[in-house]
Design a protein around this ligand. Structure first.
Ligand code: CA
Length: 232
């Protein structure tokens, strides 16, 4: 995933570059508006992050010129000035979204995902799964709760993916065991309960609602809201 960052402040560059690397993005950097424009036109980036205040040529101008070349690349503007006028200028110049500095990397990453998803349209509808405020990217193997990435082990991730892909279905412990672990009946189904508890703890750590419910005598179900009468 190639992202172009046009930003002249070294501190901001290093924070964004390092932060987005953790989300699996590869970031190329241009230190001024003219270089940024050239790079955006010469290469096929998936997305451009554009600061407004830049040497040589400002971000508004760069964005207008990118759009004149009919580039459909998504552009997100970074602005230090929280003025409506500035934001309107940015969006008028053809930017798709904007963020006011200072911002959290998780917030930037969330905006990028939205823009990239919109761009890819129906090309990859199978790779992103959601339920409530939980989002799972089956390609990058990262799950987010309320836009914050969850730190999951490989097994926890596989378990979560299985639940999310089979949401609203009652899943027996044997079904879960066979799908998430290699079949090994000697292991017993206790391991399922143990891992479901690990996963629940991580999912609900930030105060999120309960998504994995126990169905008494049957197994588990992933769904939003309160459990049914026959669940506990
Ligand atoms: Ca700047």
């Amino acid at each position: 995933m190639g992202i172009l960052l046009v930003e002249d402040e070294p501190n901001v560059v290093s924070v964004i570059k390092r932060g987005l690397a953790e989300f699996g993005y590869e970031v190329s950097v241009a230190g001024n508006g003219a270089t940024g424009l050239q790079m955006a036109l010469d290469h096929d980036f998936d997305l451009v992050i554009l600061d407004v205040m830049l040497p040589v040529m400002d971000g508004i101008q760069v964005c207008k010129l990118i759009r004149q070349q009919k580039q459909t690349v998504p552009v997100i503007m970074l602005t230090a000035l929280d003025s409506t006028e500035n934001i309107v200028n940015g969006l008028d110049s053809g930017a798709d979204d904007y963020l006011v500095k200072p911002f959290k990397i998780a917030e930037l990453a969330a905006r990028l995902r939205t823009l990239l998803r919109r761009k890819s349209g129906e090309l990859q509808p199978k790779n992103i799964f959601t339920i409530s405020d939980l989002e799972l990217n089956a390609e990058s193997k990262i799950a987010y709760r309320n836009q914050e990435p969850l730190k999951l082990t490989a097994t926890e991730y596989r378990l979560l993916e299985y639940f999310v892909k089979n949401q609203k279905k009652v899943l027996s412990r044997i079904q879960i065991l066979e799908s998430v672990w290699d079949i090994d009946f000697n292991m017993g189904t206790n391991v399922v309960d143990v891992y479901v508890n690990y996963l629940r703890r991580k999912l609900e750590k930030g105060g999120g609602s309960k998504l994995i419910h126990t169905v008494f005598g049957m197994g588990y179900i992933m769904k939003e809201g309160e459990p049914d009468e026959n669940t506990k």
